[in-house]
Ligand binder design. Structure first.
Ligand SMILES: NC(=O)c1ccc[n+]([C@@H]2O[C@H](COP(=O)([O-])OP(=O)(O)OC[C@H]3O[C@@H](n4cnc5c(N)ncnc54)[C@H](OP(=O)(O)O)[C@@H]3O)[C@@H](O)[C@H]2O)c1
Length: 301
């Protein structure tokens, strides 16, 4: 099938190359030239201007956006939309907030262009072994692009989740679960490192062991084992953990629906704490204890 992939970052490049390898006719665009040259060397057609994508595709055109959520996706989508015709299909494969996606569905479809939101999981490895893809939008439009979803995904790894926005919504909750699992693994290894057997335990060996047959095996444990094998103390990194918003959006959604969302909340706030060299709240608590009970405070050295 002919399609364009716009945005050749870690994910977009992997998707473009995987689809090319599966026999699709891939037209690719990236803002910077480096990734364009890389995919061109592997057989993709390329354009250097996203506003020229449409003129290089046959109708009905299929255009896949794989860009940072928010302003970048919005801007590129608007630019491309102006060049598309009724019946064409726009796909947003990034981690967009589902309420933005709902607004975009209405806006794009008002122009007669079809819109599908796809949550993509699988990270860097997905380009090799296949991704897990979650699609939202009209079933007939999904059916039209199904060959693309089938070929980019691992066997059995794609689903039409439901109506507009449901692909991104499902991916948002997926990522919130990911926060919680990652935090659980992180805390477990902190106790292994600091607890009773700390000095005796080879953390990289334990992580590797747990990838092998244990109940908590899985991709995130594989990643833990791989990182600890390379740097057993993780001494090369700081503790700062960034986030792209999915945890926050999911917690806000859980609040709106009064769904207890303890694990991801804990994980998200831990990420916020990880960015603080000094936590004022802790100083306030220590000061209160000192004020009411004369409990010891620890002066700065
Ligand atoms: N990484 C993951 O594991 C993962 C997994 C699932 C979903 N996602 C989602 O997939 C999307 C892409 O993620 P990624 O990891 O591939 O990102 P990335 O590696 O950081 O690549 C970002 C891409 O966006 C382009 N870009 C950035 N700012 C731009 C601008 N102002 N105008 C035009 N293009 C711009 C970059 O082009 P240049 O090369 O010119 O900078 C690059 O192609 C995001 O929505 C992300 O949340 C990521």
């Amino acid at each position: 099938m002919e399609l364009a992939v716009l945005g050749l970052g870690r994910m977009g490049k992997g998707i473009a190359l995987r689809l090319k390898e599966k026999g699709h006719d891939v037209l690719a665009w990236n803002r910077g030239p480096g990734p364009r040259d890389e995919v061109a060397a592997k057989g993709c057609r390329v354009v250097d201007d996203h506003k020229r994508v449409a003129e290089n595709l046959k109708a009905p055109r299929v255009v896949w956006l794989m860009l940072p959520a928010g302003d970048v996706t919005e801007q590129v989508m608007q630019d491309v939309l102006e060049t598309l015709s009724p019946g064409d299909i726009l796909i947003d494969g990034g981690n967009s907030f589902y309420k933005d996606t709902l607004r975009r569905h209405a806006h794009v479809e008002a122009k007669g262009v079809n819109f599908i939101d796809v949550g993509v999981s699988g990270g860097l490895l997905g380009g090799e072994v296949g991704y897990c893809t979650m699609a939202g939008g009209q079933k007939e439009v999904f059916s039209h692009i199904e060959p693309v979803l089938r070929d980019m995904s691992i066997e059995g790894g794609y689903l039409h989740c439901g109506p507009a926005g449901s692909g991104h919504y499902t991916k948002m909750v997926h990522n919130a679960i990911e926060y919680a699992i990652m935090q659980g693994i992180g805390e477990g290894f902190e106790l292994l490192k600091k607890g009773h057997y700390g000095k005796d335990l080879d953390l990289a060996a334990v992580a590797k062991l747990w990838t092998n047959g244990s109940i908590i095996r899985g991709f995130l444990m594989d990643c833990t084992a791989s990182a600890l094998a390379k740097d057993p103390d993780l001494g090369k990194l700081t503790q700062r953990i960034d986030d792209n918003g999915e945890g926050k959006w999911t917690i806000q959604e859980a609040l709106d629906y009064q769904v207890p969302f303890l694990m991801t909340s804990h994980a998200l706030f831990s990420r916020y704490l990880s960015r603080e060299p000094e936590v004022f709240a802790y100083k306030v608590v220590a000061a209160q204890r000192h004020e009411f009970g004369g409990h010891k405070i620890h002066d700065k050295q």
